[in-house]
Write a protein that binds this ligand. Structure first.
Ligand SMILES: *[C@@H]1O[C@H](CO)[C@@H](O)[C@H](O)[C@H]1NC(C)=O
Ligand SMILES: *[C@@H]1O[C@H](CO)[C@@H](O)[C@H](O)[C@H]1NC(C)=O
Ligand SMILES: [Zn+2]
Length: 685
């Protein structure tokens, strides 16, 4: 729906649903006094900024200094802010905004209304928030025993409790699926049953090559999450749908898609997915061959889907960790300038200064003094803090900070540039009203930050800043190794990032029956992975993904990964780059800086389609995967050669694959027939 028809629909439905709830505490959409509405928006801007500041500072204090006192203070602020949200929503919904004279004010009013669940009655509004909080806490407290260990003895105390692991994640960047590098802590595997996803379990999946150990952690983490979350998730689905309907949407999926302002959004996204499938299948086929060589034919079938535990990651979403198994040219190096950084005596501060200089070299803004005064750029020694890298906007146009336990590594150098891009985005849209201080759509912040990182993490740039010196290695081989590591991170991620919300939308739309079966059907169809062991409806494998149970939409990560290459290519074009896209560095290009600044300055005051049209000088107003495909073209050619003897590019699923997760009702013939049908459907797609 476009904004206007959405507005009309909302007014209509608001009236229809008015009497559904007995509490008649507000009247929706009847106040046509434009002056009053404008006055409300002015007040809202001031109050919402103030509220945002209070919440953000309390969250900052907690995550950078984890104490019970700080946790309580934060929860108090969150409760106050939730009251404010409900109150503002009621006031906003009382206006008939079709009477508002200017489009920007209508847009602001709609933003207040659209994204909230405040249309729910008080008790249900509280209940859904409570459910989400509980689900996050259950997820974050999931722990498993080490592989091959005796049953857990609860009487043995754990030496060093980690009370609040990654629980409160609201700002950009917390718990991101890519480009947010975890610190390499020296973890000792203890005998206690206290292995958490991060870092212990993730590290085993990344580094262990023992199939039974991989299977063990894959299975155990799912046992400790899914079943405990399922009933709460079902209730959450019901309430989220109720809220959506009361706000004027068909279901919660439609409400989540609304910020994209695209009436054919689902079709657009599917089209993008289809355009990257050929590249994905080439990568998939090559990786499957290498896994088959490593784990053997009993584990990996030569034309089949890949078992989900072998790809170096809990969700098979980022395959970077199996680079050792799939490196195109093992005799050439994998690009890593960490040693050189150490040799040159880099410090975290110097890394941040370097990142700042990257943006000022484009003619963009330096970080303000408050940034340098208040940020947490290294792990604090005297207190406990959450270390996930994140960039913060304190909503007062003054205070911007980064929290990152920076280590002197190449990964952190890239992460530093990435986080500084978020800060730059905040600075660029600072003059917008609070409601527009955001990316043009939910994909933009990540896309811009990653587009900038693509200019940093490439050989010409690393050479330019004196960190990489090509020695005697064949440049083609080095470059193929580099592209493979990028593909394992970006291309492998796309089908996963696509399927998560396909599944979620289908749950909101069609109900909660067969949730786990549908999850695996989509995993198989889009990603080509199967569970390494039988699953059924007592399992709830979507619950092993944080963003599912914490109510965070996911399609933005799919779109951000596509859009980052599209933005990157535009910046390369205006900077005058010639040659391969993966070798483009727009460092010091004022023209690239101007384009970036144009993208960022309007915040979310305009639809994303307007911004893309400006960025591409009128060529298109849509997100397109052409740049991504172009970027990986040299690798794709190499992969085609590697795959020339394969029977099948991609995967075909058989009866046994589908039997791993499809319900086996009845027996004999009927059950078999239905499985064959499912297998055939998956194949046909
Ligand atoms: C951490 O928080 C506590 C309150 O729980 C406070 O007393 C202390 O000063 C804080 N430490 C730092 C370094 O900010
Ligand atoms: C080193 O890099 C330069 C410039 O990129 C290139 O011309 C040269 O061929 C490279 N040398 C080797 C040995 O790869
Ligand atoms: Zn980010």
């Amino acid at each position: 729906m476009d904004i206007l028809s959405c507005a009309k629909a909302f007014v209509l439905i608001a009236f229809l649903t008015r009497n559904v709830h007995s509490d008649d505490y507000f009247r929706m959409g009847v106040n046509s006094n434009a002056a009053e509405a404008m006055q409300f928006l002015r007040e809202y801007d001031r109050e919402a900024s103030g509220m945002c500041y209070r919440v953000t500072i309390s969250q900052w204090r907690f995550v950078t200094n984890i104490t019970e006192y700080n946790r309580r203070r934060m929860l108090e602020e969150l409760a106050i802010s939730s009251k404010f949200e409900r109150l503002s929503w009621r006031k906003a919904a009382a206006f008939d905004y079709s009477r508002l004279p200017d489009a920007q004010s209508r847009r602001q009013l709609l933003k207040i209304i659209q994204s909230s669940r405040a249309a729910l009655p008080d008790d249900k509004f509280t209940e859904i928030q409570q459910l989400i909080t509980e689900m996050k806490e259950i997820y974050n407290s999931a722990k498993i025993c080490p592989y091959g260990q005796k049953p857990y003895d609860p009487h043995v105390p754990r030496p060093e409790p980690n009370q609040y692991p990654n629980t409160y994640q609201n700002q950009y960047q917390l718990n991101q699926p890519f480009q947010h590098y975890q610190q390499q802590e020296n973890v000792e595997y203890s005998n206690y049953c206290d292995m958490q996803l991060d870092p212990e379990i993730s590290r085993i999946l990344a580094h262990s090559r023992i199939e039974s150990e991989l299977l063990y952690v894959w299975k155990s983490f799912r046992e400790q999450t899914g079943p405990k979350l399922k009933s709460r998730f079902v209730k959450y689905v019901q309430l989220a749908n109720e809220a959506a309907v009361a706000t004027g949407y068909r279901d919660a999926g439609e409400q989540m898609r609304a910020p994209y302002e695209d009436s054919s959004f689902r079709a657009s996204v599917e089209e993008i997915y289809n355009q990257v499938v050929p590249l994905y299948k080439q990568l998939f086929t090559y990786v499957r061959r290498r896994l088959l060589q490593r784990y053997g034919e009993t584990t990996v079938r030569s034309d089949g889907p890949i078992p989900a535990h072998l790809l170096g990651n809990m969700w098979a979403q980022n395959w970077k960790s199996i680079m050792d198994l799939v490196m195109p040219f093992p005799q050439a190096p994998n690009v890593d300038v960490t040693a050189e950084m150490l040799r040159q005596g880099f410090t975290p501060l110097r890394m941040f200064q370097m990142a700042e200089e990257f943006y000022t070299s484009l003619g963009l803004r330096p970080a303000p003094p408050e940034f340098w005064r208040n940020s947490m750029l290294a792990r604090p020694s005297e207190r406990s803090a959450q270390c996930t890298a994140s960039a913060w906007d304190f909503c007062n146009r003054i205070d911007y900070r980064i929290k990152q336990c920076t280590e002197v590594t190449m990964q952190d150098l890239i992460s530093t540039h990435h986080e500084m891009a978020h800060i730059q985005y905040y600075l660029q849209y600072a003059e917008q009203p609070q409601l527009f201080r955001d990316g043009a759509n939910p994909a933009f912040h990540e896309a811009v930050a990653n587009a900038a990182s693509l200019s940093v993490y490439n050989l010409p740039h690393l050479q330019r800043i004196g960190l990489y010196h090509n020695k005697s290695h064949d440049p083609y081989e080095v470059s193929m190794n580099f592209m493979m590591s990028m593909a394992l991170e970006k291309v492998a991620y796309l089908p996963f990032a696509f399927m998560v919300d396909q599944w979620r939308w289908s749950i909101f739309e069609d109900g909660v029956q067969g949730m786990n079966n549908r999850w695996w059907q989509m995993k198989l169809r889009f990603q080509g992975v199967i569970p390494p062991m039988p699953r059924n409806e007592e399992d709830f494998d979507p619950g092993s993904k944080y963003h599912v149970v914490s109510d965070q939409e996911y399609i933005k990560y799919f779109l951000a990964t596509i859009l980052e290459f599209q933005i990157f290519e535009q910046l390369c074009l205006v900077s005058g780059h010639k040659g391969h896209l993966h070798e483009c560095d727009f460092y010091r290009s004022r023209d690239a800086g101007r384009v970036l600044s144009e993208i960022m300055q309007s915040g979310s005051s305009k639809p994303a389609s307007d911004i893309i049209r400006t960025m591409t000088k009128g060529k298109t107003n849509r997100i397109s995967p052409e740049s991504l495909v172009r970027y990986f073209r040299p690798l794709e050619l190499w992969l085609r050669v590697q795959n020339r003897d394969e029977q099948l590019i991609g995967w075909s699923s058989n009866y046994h694959d589908v039997a791993l997760f499809a319900p086996q009702r009845g027996s004999g013939c009927v059950a078999h027939l239905s499985l064959w049908l499912t297998a055939a459907l998956v194949l046909l797609y």
